[in-house]
Design a protein around this ligand. Sequence first.
Ligand code: GTP
Ligand code: MG
Length: 222
Amino acid sequence: MQINSTDIPFSDDLDINGSLKEFFLQQQVYRAAIKEIKTKLEILDEEFQSKYDHNPIHHMEYRLKSPQSISEKMQKKGLEITAENIRKNLTDIAGVRVICNYLDDINRIANLLLRQDDITLVRKNDYINGPKKNGYRSLHLIVLVPIFLAEKTESIPVEIQIRTIAMDFWASLEHQLKYKGQNEISEGLRERLKYCAESITRLDEEMQTIYKEIKSQECQTL
Ligand code: GTP
Ligand code: MG
């Protein structure tokens, strides 16, 4: 997915009717939801750093789904493009990607976030314990976060993808490769990409073990 934290401009080639315009003006609540999740995760990361001298989060990326992608997804779902339909049917307008240092950090971050009283889990897809057929691995959460506005409180969905640096490396390149050529990727190339994903899994596991051994040596010398 194309990620950036800046505002997405109105697209001239999109036929935006009145109700849709209303929706795009409402993008502010989705931006607010991203900010809330980002702050919550930063606080958890900083607490971990000060308590255990370890940052679970390597970095984060954010994106608001573009009007073009919203329109394409609604068409794919066979739904009429209205503000209400978009609000009710799309849970990935606000997206946060959390890139963790080690495998264990993924569940650590997910569990600490989900424990918070104002966060409601809508859907969890664990593509780490059950990778996709092509080898894709990540933990996906859809959560609702309350946004306190002047006159009401709105529950806004946010899609959170949590993965290691290695998983992110694979997913970014695989995404680029998928959209590079005109033709479908051949079976042979798909197999090789999957093999890369499996190699990365072994690397992640080994890096985690090395980290644990170094930490336990540090504890013994204290
Ligand atoms: P979408 O319609 O794509 O949102 O699918 P979904 O609602 O079934 O959700 P899913 O959890 O499968 O995927 C959501 C997002 O995860 C996608 O938009 C991508 O950003 C990412 N993703 C899922 N599968 C793959 C994959 O095979 N390769 C890569 N590179 N990214 C993926
Ligand atoms: Mg999506």
